[in-house]
Each structure stands twice: as C-alpha cells, then as structure tokens.
Design a protein around this ligand. Structure first.
Ligand code: GLN
Length: 492
C-alpha cells in the first residue's frame, strides 16, 4: 500500500478500479501482520472502519462524486477524541475512558469518508520525543526495530512508515509531528497556529498545540491539511480564513525564491551526517530550485528550549488539573477524604515525565516566581516572534535540519530527560512563534536511517511551503519510502 499515495488510492476508488472495502482490508491485514512487532496502535476499530468504507463504495456505485480523500484509511493519535473509541493519551489515568464526542477534525474526516482504522501510541499526554513515555506500549521505528520512531506522535508515524495506513494525524506542540516524520522518512506538516481546530484534542500546551498530518508525500499531506483546516466556532483560537486549496497550485514553484539558512541551526551540535546532508540540501535549493540563499542569525533560537519548557509545562499543569478521578477515567479508592482520592488517583495515574512537568509548571506559576520564570519566558517568546518576522522581511522561507540526529536506540536517552529536551532545538521555535513548518525526507545516514529537512514560513504561508517542499521532493525522489525489510515482503 505504501507504494501508492493517498490521493492515488482515492482516485482509484472514485474510478471504481478498487473498492474502499478492499483497501481497508489490506490496511487491517498489514496491521495484523506487522503491528505485533511495531506497536503503533493502541486500539484498532476494524468493524466501524469497514462500515465507513462500505458507505464510500455505496456512493461510488450510486455514481456520486466523492469528497477529497474519501475511502483512504487513516490512523489517529490517541489524544484526539473519536466518539465511541477510547482516548487513553497513553496514560493509566484515562483507563476505561470512552469518548462521548468527536473532535472537529474527526467530524471533517468522517464527513469526507476516511475510514478511521485505529488510535495510535504516543508519549503520555504528548510529552516526549521518543514515544518511550507511553504508559501502555513500546513503539518501534519501522526502519530499525531497535530504534525509537520519535515522538510524541510516534505511533502515527510508525503506522504510515510501516505501510499500515497511507495517512495519519498527530499533534505538534514542540515538534511532535515533524520530528517523528524526520525519524521515520515521512512528510509531517505543522500548520500555522489557529489554522486547524483544537476542539477535541486533549490539551497539553494550548498556545502551542496544533493537530498535524503525516503522509508519504507532500501532495497527500497538503490534501489532508486542506481537509481538516478551517475556522471552528468551537475553538475560539481558530483563524477566520478561507478554506485553503493547496492542491491546485502545488506544482508551481514561486519565482525569485529567497531561502534563509538559520545560522544557529546549521551544523553545530548535530550528527555529522545530518550536517552534511543539510549542506547538500542548501546546494539543491540553490542549483535545482534557483533559490538565492542567505544566512540569517537569530539570537532567540538558543533560549527557545528553556522558554518552551516553562510555557509548555505551565500550560500543562493547568490543563491536566482536570484529571483528578472525578470526571474522566480512573478513580483510586481510599479511606480518606476527597483530597486523599485526588492525591492517590493522580500519583498513581500519571507517569514520571507527566508528574515532572506538572510540578515544573506549577512551580513556574507559583506566586513570587511567576515573573522570574513565566514572565521571562513570555518575553523570550515575543523576541523570537519578532526575529522571525524580521527574517521574513529578508527571505521567503527558512530551512534547517528537522532533528539534530537520526533515530536513536530505544532506552538510549530515556533516563536523561535533559538530553531528550535538547533534541527539539529546531522544532520548538516554530511552535513558540505560531508559524507553519514542514519536515520532508532528505536522505539517509550510514546505517540507513532517514533524515529530514525542515522548511519554515511566515504565518499562513502553507501554500508556498508545500510548493517548495514538493519541488524538492521531485528532485530527491524521497517520497513513499519503504523500509528495506518491508519493501522485500511487499515485493514477494
Ligand atoms: N518533545 C516536546 C516535548 O516533550 C514536544 C512534544 C510535542 O510536540 N507534543 O514537549
């Protein structure tokens, strides 16, 4: 299935060459064959998905024109609510919780007719960069089963990279879609803050979170973003923009393209192969796309991680207060009063990383410390936004490697949260500034693990980002990549 893109599958369903039910069955079969090893899914919902696929086939038989992407199976990160399915956030605290409502993106997906195959693994409450913070299972990178798939949306990335579904959704608060896309050889697109509704996404850092697509190529990612984007009266932070159409102009390349290289994210502290690969990408943009290249220095990049870990933890400490054993999921029994019940439920329900972040966030917001930490972080954030704005006065887009390293071994960084935090240096500034950025596959390291190029643009420049990403993808040919072991089985 990974040989074909989502749009191609959709076209064949519309033309009656294949049925949505047969595509779905292939997807379920791939999950049955591979997911015992990969561990991408926390729950699979074959029956409801089959009914959704059959409804699409009925429309084709009736001669109807299908909505974009109808019939393409999709996997959903398990912090996005789907009616009747569990939402675990990969946390023990939500054991037994079944969602009574659909997120807005899910309403759109269901209306369009994409069968929802299952819910995917993540770092608990989306806090992490490797999916190792999941309380429920280990997810392996389809390119090397000893390595992490990245995170926090590691399950959604592994589901697409492992050719189990052509599309999936993740959420990106500080890089959780772009970094796993980079580590798994996929396209991952974090839209402008407010382009996609957060209604029904379990909140982590509300001023940073965006639901974001994974796909095998740029066109598929653009199609999925087009489908889920748009103003939503249920999310007051959504932007009042027109529904975008990225596909019509996707093949056009902006003329006189000016690309900036972020000096602070060029080489230093990166795996040497990542730095070399990035140098090749700069050359490609210059020679093949005819872009002019200039170096842009941004002093706001370095403090971004520190600022992020204050803003994100502060927001998380407030957002996660609702998980107290009263309304959602698990309630621990005690002989004490209601406070004892809260304490026991939260102490036993949250894992170590979530606990660490709640404590950090609560501390940063506490009286006497608020201005020293939270206020200062907000000032660093404002400076970064300003520097991005200034940069986009000089160039159209910025580029850098998505992640300083390729996929690391499972367990390698698990006991060192700080080194894990530092690996988000290139992705975090994007969320702090609220701007869009994509990660596209850019090559492989010596051991055959994928690397990614990140392209950043000003607010609402998704169209231009997609156009340039598409042009690069056509030069490199790095799309719909299949891990070698999988390519062999598919070919047999
Ligand atoms: N790795 C970052 C963190 O741990 C980003 C997570 C995310 O984008 N959800 O917070």
């Amino acid at each position: 299935m990974a040989f074909q893109g989502a749009l191609e599958i959709h076209r064949q369903i519309q033309e009656g060459k294949i049925t949505a039910v047969s595509v779905l069955k292939q997807s379920l079969q791939a999950i049955a064959q591979q997911d015992l090893d990969i561990g991408a899914f926390l729950s699979v919902h074959g029956e409801t998905a089959l009914a959704e696929a059959a409804a699409v086939d009925a429309k084709v038989s009736a001669g109807e024109t299908l909505p974009l992407l109808a019939g393409v199976p999709i996997a959903i990160k398990d912090n996005i609510n789907v009616t009747g399915m569990p939402t675990t956030c990969a946390s023990n605290i939500l054991t037994g919780y079944i969602s009574p409502y659909n997120a807005t993106v899910i309403e759109k997906i269901k209306t369009a007719g994409l069968p929802i195959v299952g819910k995917t693994n993540l770092d608990e409450f989306a806090m992490g960069s490797s999916t190792e913070n999941s309380a429920l299972k280990v997810t392996r990178n389809p390119w090397n089963h000893h390595c992490v798939p990245g995170g926090s949306s590691g399950g959604s990335a592994a589901a697409v990279a492992g050719a189990m579904v052509p599309l999936s959704l993740g959420s990106d608060t500080g890089g959780s879609v772009r970094q796993p896309a980079s580590l798994c050889g996929l396209v991952g697109m974090k839209p402008t803050y407010g382009l996609v509704s957060r209604y029904g996404l379990v909140a982590f850092g509300s001023s940073l979170d965006q639901i974001s697509p994974f796909a095998g190529d740029v066109a598929d990612a653009a199609a999925l973003l087009q489908l889920i984007a748009g103003f939503d009266p249920l999310d007051s932070t959504t932007l009042k923009t027109e529904t975008p159409d990225y596909l019509t102009t996707l093949e056009q390349l902006p003329s006189n393209l000016r690309i900036g290289v972020i000096q602070e994210l060029n080489g230093e502290g990166m795996q040497p192969e990542v730095a070399e690969n990035f140098a090749q990408m700069i050359e490609l943009c210059q020679k093949q796309l005819g872009a002019s290249i200039q170096t842009i220095s941004m002093s706001g990049i370095q403090p971004a991680i520190a600022a992020y870990y204050i803003v994100a933890t502060a927001e998380a400490s407030s957002n996660l207060a609702r998980f107290d054993g009263v309304r959602y999921g698990q309630r621990k029994k005690t002989t004490g009063d209601v406070h004892a019940m809260y304490r026991k439920t939260r102490a036993e329900g949250f894992g170590p990383e979530v606990t660490r972040r709640i404590m950090l966030g609560t501390f940063c917001l506490s009286s006497g410390y608020y201005d020293a930490y939270y206020g200062k972080a907000q000032r660093a954030r404002a400076l970064l936004r300003k520097q991005f704005q200034e940069a986009y006065g000089q160039v159209d887009l910025l580029i850098c490697p998505t992640s300083p390293t390729t996929a690391f071994k499972i367990g390698e960084k698990a006991s060192d949260p700080l080194s894990m935090y530092l690996s988000d240096i290139a992705t975090i500034p994007v969320n702090l500034a609220g701007i869009p950025a994509i990660s596209i596959p850019s090559g492989f390291d010596k051991s055959g693990l994928p690397m990614g190029l990140q392209i950043l643009g000003p607010r609402l420049s998704e169209n231009k980002i997609f156009q340039v990403a598409r042009a690069i993808e056509q030069v490199t040919g790095y799309h719909h990549l299949l891990p070698p072991a999988l390519a062999q089985t598919v070919a047999q």
